[in-house]
Design a protein around this ligand. Structure first.
Ligand code: EPZ
Length: 421
């Protein structure tokens, strides 16, 4: 397992290019199960999760070629309807094959994703929606066994009990080939959901309202292969924006769509960071200490949970107390104990963390846990005095393409070293 070693204290400067969106690419690659023929996807990030998805789709008989940033998928032949545990446990987003498999084959056997570091993360809403569309589902030995009597899903009017991103995406795919109309109410409004809607329509589907809380899909008998370039990763972009500000730097984050980050930009400006559109990106200038600023995570377009840890680190450099409230996942404060070991002063009380600033962070060896917590520890290392080593970097490699190269390109003293622990 590798670790990342960073020497802190240097303001970042220069230009960083944002890669394609992981959370748009995953459902889009899985949607290729809906079509016959060879699809080409461009601007696909070079990430572990992309590799895992390719393995999963190959297991089902698809011919997948990964040559970052291009992925081609020949999906005329689907020879298996099963997503095995040893693949699903590596990436819970594998559950995104469930809807497409049921739509294409009328049956699916997908390992229950189980929980992960940040929470239990059930998939009850996915299953409830598919049952409303005519699927018969039972759970046994940790697997979701589903089949569609009569072979084809039928359109349904589905109201999600809570906003679920992959739940919305799974049902959009299922509905694309169902018989009749499906309406998804209280649907997730994330840009990645909207992007999936674009791709499905390119495939010949009829999806209206993706990106709003009500999505209407008219099912089609069949869909065709596509050639599509995936949107930029707004969370990767937001992470570099915070890193630039937190180090007192001046950086152009290129390729990001600021409209996809309005809540993050608003809160950063409230904290006193300069965030301005410039050319094809966003100019970020930070001058610590910042103004203490409170955030509460919520579904898009409000503050994204995937930016919570990063913003918390920024608030360590604010002059006063900020509160960070995590309303999406029940256990997404694992970065707090590691940050406190670096000299932060953060108190957790249930879903709220109180960040007392300004804190003088000191380099330390810290352990990565979940993807975004790991990124926040790297940012803390960039701010800290001395050397920080972030262990178990594979968490970061799931969602950040060549993070040490991109940060070194902004002037950071950072390297990846093998870790023999
Ligand atoms: C997606 O996860 C993202 N992953 C997550 O990003 C992101 O944090 C999350 O949405 C919230 O924005 C991908 O898109 C691949 P949810 P997802 O279903 O779809 C509960 C990252 O860092 N829930 O929107 O799994 C659930 O427990 C990852 O890139 C149910 O109770 O999240 C959670 O509390 C981490 N039952 C809340 O809803 C369900 O059937 C939101 O979950 C589904 C969800």
């Amino acid at each position: 397992m590798d670790k990342i070693r960073v020497q802190g204290g240097k303001p970042l400067s220069g230009v960083v290019q944002v890669s394609g969106s992981k959370n748009a690419a995953l459902p889009i690659l899985c949607s290729s199960l809906l079509v016959h023929g060879e699809s080409t996807f461009r601007n696909v990030p070079d990430l572990r999760d992309i590799g895992t998805t390719a393995k999963l789709l190959r297991h089902m008989g698809l011919i997948v070629t990964v040559a970052p940033p291009i992925v081609t998928i020949e999906s005329s032949n689907v020879s298996s309807h099963e997503a095995p545990y040893d693949l699903v446990r590596q990436m819970r987003a594998s559950v995104l094959v469930l809807g497409p498999l049921l739509a294409r084959l009328g049956r699916a056997r997908v390992s229950l994703p189980g929980g992960c570091a940040i929470g239990a993360r059930p998939v009850d809403q996915h299953l409830k929606g598919l049952e409303a569309m005519g699927a018969v589902i039972d759970l046994d030995h940790g697997y979701i066994n589903a089949h569609v009597p009569g072979g084809r899903l039928k359109g349904a009017d589905i109201h999600f009990d809570m906003v679920t991103v992959t739940g919305t995406e799974n049902l959009m795919c299922a509905a694309a080939l169902a018989k009749g109309r499906t309406t998804l109410r209280n649907a997730a409004r994330e840009p990645e959901v909207e992007e999936l809607g674009r791709v499905l329509n390119k495939m010949g589907a009829s999806v209206e309202g993706a990106g709003t809380d009500t999505i209407v899909i008219e099912g089609r008998a069949d869909l065709h292969a596509v050639d599509h370039a995936i949107i930029a990763d707004r969370i990767e972009a937001g992470t570099y924006m915070v890193a630039a500000a937190a180090t007192g730097g001046n950086v152009l984050v290129e390729g990001v769509t600021l409209e996809h980050l309005t809540a993050v930009a608003r809160k950063m400006r409230q904290a006193g960071v300069i965030v301005e559109r410039e050319g094809r990106g966003v100019r970020v200038v930070g001058k610590p200490p910042f103004t203490p600023t409170d955030i509460t995570t919520a579904p898009h377009p409000d503050f994204p949970t995937d930016m919570q840890a990063q913003f918390m680190v920024l608030m360590c450099a604010a002059d006063g107390q900020s509160t960070v409230t995590e309303m999406i996942f029940e256990n997404r404060f694992m970065h707090v104990s590691e940050l406190n070991r670096m000299g932060a002063h953060i108190e957790v009380d249930g879903r709220t963390a109180k960040v007392h600033g300004p804190a003088k962070l000191e380099g330390a060896s810290v352990m990565a846990t979940d993807l975004r917590a790991s990124a926040s520890l790297v940012i803390a290392g960039l701010m800290a005095e001395g050397i920080t080593e972030v262990l178990r970097v594979y968490h970061i490699d799931r969602g950040y393409e060549h993070i040490e190269r991109k940060l070194a390109g902004l002037g950071a003293t950072i390297e990846r070293v093998p870790d023999h622990d």
